[in-house]
Design a protein around this ligand. Structure first.
Ligand SMILES: N[C@@H](CCC(=O)N[C@@H](CS)C(=O)NCC(=O)O)C(=O)O
Length: 307
């Protein structure tokens, strides 16, 4: 029996919403493993080797970290309907550097600044560890006016793109542009009581948001974290060795490296390179609880360090 497509996520997670929407777009049957919003995650860490951001996708003993990497793998396994708009493939992938960084920093600061004293202390302590810096809700609250200005700018870019009456950001069909940008609008809608007011002037965005919501989340079933860990333990990683002859640093399959995000959650995951390309790195590691696993990361926004 083929390994199920497992998403380790929590329902409130905007980066996970990207993946859930793609399950909807591609009508994929998937298994939801709901993880805690804060650490510890004792059944997941043996599989990721310490990578602690959400979401993580697991297929047998192959573990995909970061939404960019997950989407790339889903597009590879389920090419139709494609996430990539005709003539704009490169820009579609690159759009994550807008939506996941400056746009998301804007919406996350707005959301937590607005929640203010409703943010639980243990959540603040967890996110301080994640960021390696103070999670300063008071500073976020005082920046709300600035964050509203920034949000308006981001939303207007979406509005401009839809202004010719097209249904989707890339044209006639929903694509990666839509998935990436929608995450932030969804996050504002879920958390800001005045979302209607924030979106009021953007009629095209509101109509597009309704279309995005109607895509749904594909075919979802639930599994426990412990069951997912035992699937990894019983499986054999399926990633084929792949060299990158033009790797600028001469890295080769078999080299030992550590991989970590360059922005937050900077935990190094060590292993031996199995596959390498300009967009992707996969490393093999062994864990007493998870067995042999191959952990996959994107290259954009990640550092690869020799051991
Ligand atoms: N670049 C990452 C960012 C993921 C991210 O920041 N996720 C948030 C939740 S939506 C997170 O990891 N929060 C801390 C945690 O869940 O441990 C991606 O695209 O997956």
């Amino acid at each position: 029996m083929p390994s199920p497509i497992i998403l380790h996520h929590f329902d409130e997670s905007p980066f996970s919403e990207k993946i859930r929407v793609v399950f909807g777009l591609k009508d994929i049957a998937w298994t939801s493993v709901r993880i805690s919003r804060i650490m510890p995650r004792p059944d997941l860490m043996p599989m990721t080797g310490g990578y602690r951001r959400t979401p993580v996708m697991q297929i047998g003993a192959d573990i995909y970290c970061d939404s960019q990497c997950i989407l790339r793998e889903l597009e590879r396994r389920f090419p139709q309907p494609s996430l990539l708009p005709d003539g704009s493939t490169g820009l579609a992938w690159a759009s994550a550097m807008w939506t996941d960084r400056s746009f998301f920093q804007n919406t996350v600061n707005l959301v937590f600044g607005s929640l203010a004293d409703k943010v639980p202390q243990e959540f603040i302590a967890d996110r301080e560890k994640l960021r390696g810096a103070k999670f300063d809700v008071a500073a976020m609250t005082s920046a709300i006016a600035q964050m509203r200005d920034q949000l308006r700018t981001h939303l207007q870019w979406i509005e401009m793109q839809l202004a010719d009456g097209r249904a989707w950001l890339g044209g006639d069909t929903a694509c990666l542009f839509d998935v990436n940008a929608y995450m932030n609008v969804w996050y504002v809608r879920q958390n800001m009581p005045d979302a209607d007011a924030l979106l009021a002037e953007f009629g095209h965005v509101r109509a597009w948001e309704t279309r995005m919501r109607a895509i749904g989340h594909g075919r979802r079933s639930e599994m426990s974290t412990a069951e997912a860990l035992s699937i990894a333990k019983d499986a054999v990683p399926q990633t084929a060795e792949q060299a990158d002859p033009r790797d600028p640093n001469g890295r080769q399959p078999g080299d030992r490296v550590e991989v970590m995000p360059d922005d937050y959650g900077k935990i190094k995951v060590g292993g031996e390179i199995v596959a390498l390309s300009p967009q992707h790195i996969a490393i093999r590691r062994h864990d007493p609880l998870a067995g042999d696993v191959v952990v996959h990361f994107p290259r954009a926004g990640f550092l690869v360090l020799p051991i």
